[in-house]
Design a protein around this ligand. Structure first.
Ligand SMILES: Cc1ncc(COP(=O)(O)O)c(C=O)c1O
Length: 469
């Protein structure tokens, strides 16, 4: 693409670009972020130095120095007579580049597809003709799939019938549907701090007033604070991840489950328990699902992490009454879960023990490799060894994770800085590092972190926060 960026447009895109750094560096840095974020495209022509200096009310020398820095770093090419063109340096454009031009994309805590996926699709296609007489709009889910999901809860010790299950287009869709159905303007929603960023996005989309209580790696769920918040603010919903919490990897004890379930039931707060990561056990062992402790709980499940993100099948487990409410509201959100994917999901769920065993092996390898490399290369960083899930939640103590994420981007590595997981800018010194990658990717990624961590200061950077899974 070869577009021309005017001085006024660039000034608008730059927003508040000044920082503690000298102006030319801050300007170059900000232009680089816009390019890496895709808001300015590779191939776009930047305004002439004079035009930009007028638009920003800056000296032309400063703009020239910023352009020169971008050129030195490989982000800009200037040809006399035809201006300056943005470009991504070779190592970012590299052959193995994934989405967003990043060779090493650690922004997603996901795992590759379970090897049985292709066979499950083949088996589903054979069954498809039986369903082609059906109109295809399915708002609750195929009976066989709902039964397979219910059976999975029974296997985990939680009596469940198929009419307590609604199949959704992933857990994120389930959360959206629950929020739009049960939340009314002005009410509050309680979350853990840190929490899953896209849950915060869902709550922000309905304008919810979000309140939080801490989950600490050294002390678990802060029960007194949670109780205080539930009593004082009477939140409509409380969103929790009791198993292999994303991002800390922690699990609630039985006492914590019982306590929070009882507190919420007493105050009439509906607990939304996200079990998207609950089946990613490495060496913890089974725990009772939180819904075993109260009927006032909606549980979100998904095949996204255990089988494959590309499947987009999840579910909600809840009381028949709440499911009926969700069903009435669903057509305003979507018109049902795709049928072929449901057939595939029904096959895969029957294969749950081998999916879990295969994930567990892979996650153990990734976790142990990442821990070993971090201890060798960044021994000053504090990291606890999780017994499941997909990520490490690292306390860097001194490093600004937003500055680290920006520096990593120039090396072709995507990272999500800590504040994306909190409210009010918390966790600036924390970093979520997924370990669900190959040993080679972990080696390369942690080598980059080792290299750049010394160059990065402790001041937070005001940068747009990225999508994260
Ligand atoms: C905690 C948590 N909840 C929900 C989701 C979204 O799940 P799904 O892909 O099923 O929509 C994710 C996926 O990244 C997640 O980590």
């Amino acid at each position: 693409m070869n577009s021309f960026v005017t001085g006024r447009r660039l000034a608008r895109e730059l927003g508040e670009w000044r920082s503690a750094a000298p102006a030319y560096r801050a300007l170059a840095e900000r232009i680089r972020v816009l390019l890496l974020d895709g808001r300015l495209s590779s191939g776009a022509k930047l305004p002439a130095e004079r035009e930009l200096s007028q638009a920003l009310d800056l000296s032309r020398t400063t703009v020239a120095a910023a352009y020169s820095k971008l050129r030195d770093d490989g982000f800009l090419e200037s040809v006399r007579g035809s201006g300056s063109t943005l470009q991504l340096p070779g190592r970012i454009r590299g052959e193995h580049a994934l989405h967003h031009g990043l060779a090493l994309d650690f922004t997603k805590a996901t795992a590759p597809a379970y090897p049985g996926i292709q066979n499950a699709f083949a088996a589903a296609l054979e069954e498809l003709p039986t369903y082609l007489g059906h109109d295809g709009f399915d708002l609750v889910g195929l009976p066989d799939l709902r039964e397979a999901i219910a059976q999975n809860y029974r296997d985990r010790g939680l009596p469940t019938s198929p009419d307590q299950i609604m199949v959704t287009i992933g857990a994120q869709h389930g959360l959206n549907l629950i929020t739009r159905t049960l939340y009314s303007p002005g009410e509050r929603i309680l979350v853990e701090q840190p929490t899953y960023p896209h849950a915060l996005d869902t709550f922000a989309a309905v304008g919810a007033r979000v309140i939080a209580f801490p989950v600490r790696q050294d002390g678990g769920w802060d029960l007194p604070e949670a109780l205080l918040q539930i009593r004082r603010a009477a939140p409509t919903l409380a969103y929790l991840m009791p198993d292999f919490h994303n991002p800390t990897g922690m699990s609630m004890s039985i006492h914590e489950r019982e306590y929070l379930a009882a507190a919420a039931a007493r105050e009439g707060t509906v607990l939304v328990v996200d079990e998207t990561t609950a089946l990613l056990d490495i060496d913890r062992g089974p725990m009772p699902p939180m819904a075993a402790f109260s009927s006032n709980i909606l549980t979100l499940g998904s095949l996204g992490k255990i089988a494959w993100g590309g499947l987009r099948v999840g579910w909600i487990r809840g009381s028949r009454e709440i499911l009926a409410q969700l069903l009435r509201n669903r057509p305003g959100v979507d018109l049902g879960t795709p049928l072929v994917e449901q057939l595939v999901a029904a096959k895969l769920i029957q294969d749950m023990p081998s999916m879990m065993a295969s994930r567990s092996l892979d996650l153990r390898r990734g976790r142990d490799t990442a821990i070993k490399l971090l201890r060798e290369q960044l021994p000053q960083w504090q990291v606890q060894v999780p017994d499941g899930g997909l990520c490490l939640w690292i306390n860097t103590e001194t490093v600004s994770s937003s500055a680290l994420a920006l520096a990593a981007r120039s090396e072709g590595m995507g990272l999500v800085p800590g504040p994306r997981f909190g409210i009010d800018g918390a966790f600036e010194r924390y970093l979520r590092l997924p370990f669900s990658y190959s040993d080679e990717q972990l080696h390369d990624g942690i080598a980059i972190l080792g290299r750049i961590s010394g160059e990065v200061g402790s001041d937070p950077l005001r940068m747009p926060l990225q999508a994260v899974i």
